[in-house]
Design a protein around this ligand. Sequence first.
Ligand SMILES: [Cu+2]
Length: 96
Amino acid sequence: MNNSDNPATLTGASSLACSSLMLHQSMNMGGTSMMMPVASVPVPAHGQAELVEGGYHLMCMDPKMKVGESIAITLTFGDGSSRIVAAPVYGATGAP
Ligand SMILES: [Cu+2]
């Protein structure tokens, strides 16, 4: 959520639970689902950005986490600010 009058940009993410945590975007190209790294995710003024299956998401390499626990993710923004958020770990079925 961005409640300010200015657009914001998510520029990076990191977590101790991942060797690297990259910004990715999924897209459907001719019926085939593909994903690619992106440099940033825009967050419009008085708007929001969502990290969801099939859209922008964070790609965790070498995950070190267990289902049922919560991991801390540091989100970094274009203005140099950062915010730590908690993310619950779900199993492969997507259920808590
Ligand atoms: Cu991905």
